[in-house]
Design a protein around this ligand. Structure first.
Ligand SMILES: C[S@@+](CC[C@H](N)C(=O)[O-])C[C@H]1O[C@@H](n2cnc3c(N)ncnc32)[C@H](O)[C@@H]1O
Length: 396
């Protein structure tokens, strides 16, 4: 396709994407609309993997202009999808790309509706400075540069290969923000304090550097997540004395976790049948997977994961194992809606979850947006309803 045709087609696709994002409610301001209409996402996505939407195991298909043709490549690059550019922390080999399955995406261009909705939530104004953590392909960095100017944008990426590719793509579009290759947990003190801080990967708790490097009254927008699931998006206001506070504003984003905080490979030891104390419980394993109670489970058991396995007698048992202190809970379906739990170790994981569920019911069972977070230099807590309400510590 001649370059002029490609540019015209890409510009049309950007207009179409902007209309779609505005109609869906994620794109809400003229400034961010102009950025979506101008920034060429395809320059950040010369080659990538798109998720197969067929039912069955998650798998990804390689996409580039050479593999699928220019028209198809462009239309996928401008679709509202997360497009993966790295698996398992290893550079992709584009000499003979094959479909990928059983792999863990470690870098991507996040779906545009989520990117712009987070940028809208960031509430930037002209001339503000922004610290972005997780440069990835550089697409969201380019949107920030379009809106605020290169000199006001600092972005940190932990993976050297990813960072190098982002730098090249940004320069090819004429954007030269301050780019650092480092663990974003340290932020970047150089031009701090920033007016706004935004992370495009999930963290188990808010790094103190982000609070210290955001100006008093400034905002931090980030996803909190754990080893079982994402908790959601929080927007915190910084007070300048090491404190930041604010609500969960969405339950949904499922960003990849900070590389340095990935769950340990081993889930822990399965407890022997005679270990622990058994009692009846009103709740079954669905508590762990339902959206709201699953959110509470992630808060109450930050170091735990669970799986279900049949024992020698053919009975399904759900094991909840704490990787840190070897506490465990084993749920067994006794039939007719009856369940038992066997618990052991220093923390009674299921007792703690049941207690949190009771408090949550007493507060009329709000969605995750009824919770918030307070960060202080020594402690971080998720609270229910208000900072004075019931609260639980986030992992250090
Ligand atoms: C979802 S992708 C970023 C999407 C990106 N903003 C875009 O528009 O393309 C998340 C990125 O965060 C990076 N990352 C993970 N942990 C990090 C850390 N501790 N510090 C900085 N970057 C990190 C990953 O390597 C990955 O590139």
């Amino acid at each position: 396709m001649p370059p002029d045709d490609l540019n015209t087609r890409a510009a049309n696709l950007r207009q179409q994407l902007a209309r779609q994002l505005a109609a869906g409610g994620s794109l809400r301001s003229t400034e961010w609309r102009a950025a979506v209409e101008d920034v060429p996402r395809h320059e950040f996505l010369r080659a990538f993997y798109a998720e197969n939407l067929d039912p069955g195991a998650t798998a990804w298909t390689p996409i580039s202009a050479e593999l699928v043709g220019v028209g198809e490549w462009l239309s996928i690059a401008y679709s509202d999808q997360t497009l993966v550019t790295q698996f398992d922390g290893r550079p992709l080999d584009w000499s003979g790309p094959k479909p990928v399955s059983n792999a863990n995406p470690t870098s991507s261009s996040t779906l545009p509706s989520l990117v712009v909705s987070m940028l809208e939530d960031l509430d930037v104004h002209d001339d503000m400075t922004v610290l972005e953590l997780g440069t990835g392909t550089g697409y969201s960095t380019a949107l920030l540069c379009h809106r605020l100017g290169d000199k006001n944008v600092t972005s940190v990426e932990t993976d050297r290969d990813v960072a190098d590719r982002a730098r090249i793509a940004l320069a090819s579009c004429g954007y030269y923000p301050r780019l650092l290759t480092n663990d974003g947990q340290h932020g970047h003190a150089g031009p701090a304090p920033y007016d706004r801080t935004i992370a495009t990967y999930g963290v188990r708790s808010v790094p103190s550097a982000w609070v210290e490097q955001t100006r008093p009254g400034g905002l931090i927008v980030t996803t909190l997540r754990g080893w079982m699931r994402s908790l959601g998006l929080v927007r915190l206001t910084v007070d300048g004395e090491g404190r930041a506070e604010g609500p969960f504003i969405a339950a949904e984003p499922h960003f990849m976790i900070a590389r340095q905080q990935a769950a340990p490979t081993s889930m822990g030891m399965i407890p022997a049948p005679e270990e622990g104390k058994t009692r009846e419980t009103r709740f079954g394993r669905e508590l762990l997977s339902m959206p709201d109670s699953g959110f509470l489970a992630q808060i109450i058991m930050p170091n735990a994961r669970h799986f279900t396995m049949q024992d020698d007698s053919g009975t399904d048992r759900t094991y909840i194992l704490d990787a840190e202190n070897e506490s465990f809970a084993v749920l067994t379906d006794q039939g007719d809606g009856a369940w038992t739990v066997r618990q052991g170790g220093p923390c009674a994981l299921w007792d703690d979850l049941e207690e949190a569920i009771s408090l949550w019911h007493a507060a009329d069972s709000p969605a995750p947006t009824g919770f918030g977070v307070t960060v202080t230099p020594g402690d971080q807590r998720v609270w229910l309803g208000s900072p004075d309400g019931p609260s639980w510590a986030l992992p250090k």
